[in-house]
Design a protein around this ligand. Structure first.
Ligand code: ATP
Length: 262
């Protein structure tokens, strides 16, 4: 995770990490770049993280590997960044863009020029050389009503692979209809985004992003054939099935007191 926030949470608190993540979002909200709805979305994510067990599960690792392969194989990969992503994993997003040679683009559901600019500043502070989607968000994704349809001509509009963590369903479906591969990170295996993405990483973005960087570094030494094999062997439907089975099994074991929660 990027820079530390002033924290009133004692390190000994059993939910220290989770509370720290919350504080980062609140700080982002107070600084004007995390949307109110972003705070609510985080609550939804936390709920699923409890069910998953706040750990990176095997199906997520498989999806991360396939995602790294897809980004490395892409002609025009783009990483789409919203307020929550900028608050939680700015450093990792910039690093990943470097490793897979992707463009970074600010893309907001509740777009204001001020919020877009602030997010670009955060990414620049973390080493981004270029951030699209601020002054150049003039092209449009067809069939979308929200401000989220505004995209950069040099970024999402021409991308073949878009990594869009914490995305909403409408936009994921619209990008898919445009023929793009969409990789998402979403703790909710039942969301429309999870269901319509090409590759769904059912994990917390704060755990998944550093792992993506690791995998991308390792896979960057592979041949195109090796990367294509990884992609061809990946089945997103199976990932979602396995994520749900993990939750069912865990809840079943918890309900029989076979597991302790923390
Ligand atoms: P959809 O439109 O896809 O059906 P939604 O209405 O919940 O879902 P959003 O609010 O745009 O759409 O999506 C945010 C998604 O991100 C939610 O599914 C939420 O569970 C997930 N999420 C929130 N915080 C995190 C996080 N830290 N890591 C991973 N996923 C998260």
């Amino acid at each position: 995770m990027g820079e530390e926030v002033e924290s009133s949470v004692p390190r000994t608190h059993p939910r220290y990490k989770s509370l720290l993540v919350r504080e980062r979002l609140i700080k982002g909200f107070e600084e004007g770049y995390v949307a109110r709805a972003g705070l609510i979305a985080h609550g939804r994510g936390e709920c699923f993280d409890y069910l998953i067990g706040e750990t990176t599960i095997e199906p997520a690792v498989k999806a991360i590997e396939a995602a790294a392969a897809a980004l490395l194989l892409a002609r025009n990969p783009v990483i789409s960044v919203n307020g929550n992503v900028a608050a939680l994993v700015p450093e990792e997003v910039v690093r990943l863009a470097d490793v897979v040679n992707a463009k970074l683009e600010v893309n907001l559901f509740y777009r204001t020029e001020d919020r877009a600019r602030r997010i670009a500043e955060i990414l620049t502070r973390h080493g981004a050389r270029e951030v699209l989607g601020v002054d150049d968000a003039v092209a449009e994704i067809p069939e979308l009503l929200s401000q989220r349809r505004k995209v950069s001509r040099r970024g999402i509009l021409i991308a073949d692979v878009v990594l869009a963590p914490l995305e909403d369903g409408d936009r994921t479906e619209a990008l898919r209809r445009m023929g793009k591969s969409v990789i998402t990170i979403d703790l909710n295996p039942l969301s429309r985004t999870s269901r319509s993405a090409t590759i769904t990483i059912v994990d917390n973005v704060v755990r998944a992003m550093p792992k993506m960087v690791e995998y991308a570094r390792e896979l960057s030494t592979y041949s195109r054939e090796g990367l294509t094999d990884i992609l061809n062997n990946y089945d997103n439907n199976e990932t979602l099935v396995q994520a749900l089975k993990h939750i069912i099994k865990r809840l079943d074991e918890l309900s029989q007191s076979k597991l302790t929660l923390f």
